[in-house]
Design a protein around this ligand. Structure first.
Ligand SMILES: [Cu+2]
Length: 481
């Protein structure tokens, strides 16, 4: 295995080439170069070679050996040179590491080809090999490597060097970054069917660099290239056939868990889809309401924060009361490699996510999505409805529209009960609400989370209302003027 082989075919040539170079330079004990000539004193020691590939077995991510065994026990003796050759069987990104020995391979995926973790066994014991991609160990990617023999008999080779990571440099913003901001006007029309229907949907999971803010791009993971993903609209009693396809160039397995689904972890149990593959589930919409859907692949909050959430409306029998305008808005919290406002390309920061300290809060995926990029408009006298959800992953929303009162709130997305005359409504992470209000006066109505510090981190939208101003509703000056 040559270094060239390991790095060949990588899609982001420069950045990954540099990081691959760094790993190769910092970890001589993990060299991907051809084996060096063995010193004469160790001539009796053998090379133990293990060939593994990754895959999804029974809903778990695992390493699989050539006999088909999942997470096989790897056995060697002190003094052996161990070579673990591992490739991505399903195409997603992984690595292999033995933390107790300070060993880690470069990351690999379906495009990079295999990598080799090569080292000399210097002490006896049972050690754990794992994938260090967040969440992958938890969903199955770990096994044991057992080294037998007398540690004292080992050659006096130097201990493997501990990998040291430089502070992440700020990368230039991706000039090719696209808009991922979902148009809030993209609400499917109210349904008019008589009786239950079979409805078919197909959603593709796509990873792409998108615009997070002016001069700032971010690595988004999406349903159908938008954040939130497409709004689905069905009716109670409908049967829904949903196919989830994961685009071939994805680095991750993806899935979908719809809160409107009864059974199978909402679909998450049976839709763990590898890059280039697809899976179909069929469910009955048993309960009316507005429900969140999201990716449910570990590390789940990472996949959600990166953009993998959306809403499915299950209309009650007879539909919802008619309104003049319907909008689709979702809130999310984003954790970036550099602090809020930093120009350049931002990667995801898993530590900030674990600490629940977001750098950005967004409506529809990006700063300015609902103030600069997309318009929400209405005329005075019209009734407006917002289908609002929180993808999160972590933060609840105190949803409020400045200068308006919600005439009706379908709290927590429950259509069965209606609250009236509400100023601010609480929407949990992974929850939703429907708010209805009549716009009686012209102006710019701002959508906010009333935890208002978040507006400074991107969380603001607006509805522009035009039409005659009724001074009995609002005016500047005294009543008698
Ligand atoms: Cu995902």
């Amino acid at each position: 295995m040559s270094f060239a082989t390991v790095t060949a075919g990588i899609r982001k040539p420069l950045a990954l080439f540099i990081s691959a170079l760094f790993v190769a330079a910092a970890l001589p004990a993990v060299s991907t170069a051809a084996p060096a000539t063995k010193p004469a004193a160790q001539a009796k020691a053998s090379v133990q070679r293990f060939v593994l590939k990754t895959g999804v077995v029974d809903g778990k991510m695992v390493y699989i050996d050539q006999q088909g065994k999942s997470n096989p026990a790897l056995k060697a003796a002190v003094g052996d040179t161990i070579e673990i050759v591992v490739s991505s069987g399903e195409g997603a990104q992984h690595d292999i590491a033995i933390p107790e020995l300070n060993l880690a391979s470069a990351k690999f995926d379906g495009k990079t080809g295999p990598v080799t973790l090569r080292f000399k066994a210097e002490k006896a014991g049972k050690f754990t090999y794992i994938c260090t991609i967040p969440g992958h160990r938890q969903i199955g990617m770990e096994g044991v490597i057992e080294i037998t023999g007398n540690a004292a008999a080992a050659a006096q080779a130097p201990a493997p060097r501990v990998p040291t990571l430089a502070a992440a440099a700020i990368k230039a913003a991706d000039a090719a970054a696209v808009s991922i901001a979902m148009d809030p006007n993209a609400v499917p029309k109210p349904l008019t069917d008589k009786g239950p229907q079979l409805r078919k949907y197909r959603i593709e999971t796509v990873e792409l660099n998108g615009k997070l803010d002016d001069g700032t791009s971010f690595t988004y993971w999406t349903f159908d290239k938008k954040v939130p993903g497409p709004m689905l609209r069905v009716r109670t009693g409908d049967t829904v056939e949903l196919t989830l396809a994961n685009r071939a160039d994805s680095t991750q397995v993806h899935s979908i868990d719809l809160h409107a689904v009864t059974g199978g972890h909402g679909g998450g149990q049976h839709t763990q889809v590898a890059p280039g593959k697809e899976q179909t589930i069929t469910f009955k919409a048993l309960n009316p309401g507005l429900y969140v859907y999201h990716c449910a692949t570990p590390l789940v909050p990472h996949h959600i924060s990166a953009g993998m959430y959306g809403l499915i409306l299950v209309e009650p029998e007879g539909g919802l009361p008619k309104v003049d305008r319907e909008f689709y808005v979702m809130q999310g919290d984003i954790y970036t490699s550099h602090k809020h406002g930093t120009k350049g390309h931002q990667d995801f920061d898993v530590d900030k996510m674990a600490a629940e300290l977001p750098d950005y809060y967004v409506f529809n995926g990006a700063v300015g999505a609902l103030t600069k990029e997309h318009k929400m408009e209405a005329r005075t006298g019209e009734t407006v409805r917002i289908y609002f959800g929180v993808g999160g992953p972590n933060k609840i929303s105190s949803f409020h529209v400045i200068g308006e009162i919600f005439d009706k709130v379908y709290s927590e997305g429950s259509i069965s009960t209606v609250k009236k005359d509400v100023q601010t409504t609480l929407v949990p992470a992974g929850g939703a609400t429907i708010v209805d209000f009549k716009v009686e006066y012209p102006g710019s109505y701002l959508l906010v989370d009333h935890a208002l510090s978040r507006a400074g981190k991107g969380l603001v939208g607006k509805i522009d209302v035009t039409g005659p101003a009724d001074s009995s509703v609002y005016k500047v000056g005294k009543a008698a003027d």
